[in-house]
Design a binder for this molecule. Structure first.
Ligand code: FE2
Ligand code: FE2
Length: 179
């Protein structure tokens, strides 16, 4: 785990997002405007300091990346994709759904968590609905993010499709390069 797992301060979280932002800008060959970056910071700051959300710092996701870091990365990548594709998504629902998409609150490497790949979106949705006042769209973003696993649990919004894509891109990157 890297440095943010040793701290629960907002500053350390923001600092991590800035580091992630730097990579994402480089990888996508474009620059996200300062006002867009600040809007993302405001949106994610509203949920990333929640007590249970901070617990995700203690769970490993891919390689050396915590679930918390992964969720911030997916939220940022979703935010950037929406801008770059001119998709016109509801940014609040997009960032909230993206950050909470893996809010299952356990270590999936634990052998007790059989069926994790299929089941965890529903567990994340249920957990998030307890801690946050979620819209139906936000619930669907979380529940459908693993599509096509299963084929029948499908996104019903553009925000959901963006998070579905961003999660796969970030997971591949983390697995290959952040071990
Ligand atoms: Fe997931
Ligand atoms: Fe994920």
């Amino acid at each position: 785990m890297d440095r943010i797992d040793n701290s629960t301060s907002l500053d350390s979280t923001i600092s991590y997002m800035e580091d992630t932002a730097h990579f994402m800008n480089y990888a996508q060959g474009s620059t996200i405007a300062a006002e867009d970056r600040e809007r993302f910071r405001e949106l994610i700051s509203q949920i990333c300091q929640n007590e249970n959300a901070l617990r995700m710092k203690g769970f490993r996701q891919h390689g050396s990346v915590s679930t918390y870091q992964h969720c911030i990365r997916v939220a940022w990548r979703s935010f950037c994709l929406n801008l770059q594709l001119h998709a016109g998504s509801d940014e609040c629902a997009l960032v909230r759904g993206a950050f909470l998409h893996d809010y299952y609150l356990y270590d999936w490497h634990n052998a007790e968590n059989k069926g994790h790949a299929t089941n965890h979106p529903c567990i994340a949705e249920q957990n998030a609905a307890i801690d946050f006042d979620l819209s139906d769209k936000e619930r669907n973003i979380i529940a459908a993010h693993m599509w096509p696993l299963p084929l029948t649990r499908i996104s019903t919004s553009r925000e959901g499709w963006i998070v579905c894509l961003a999660d796969k891109l970030c997971s591949l990157y983390e697995t290959l390069f952040l071990r």
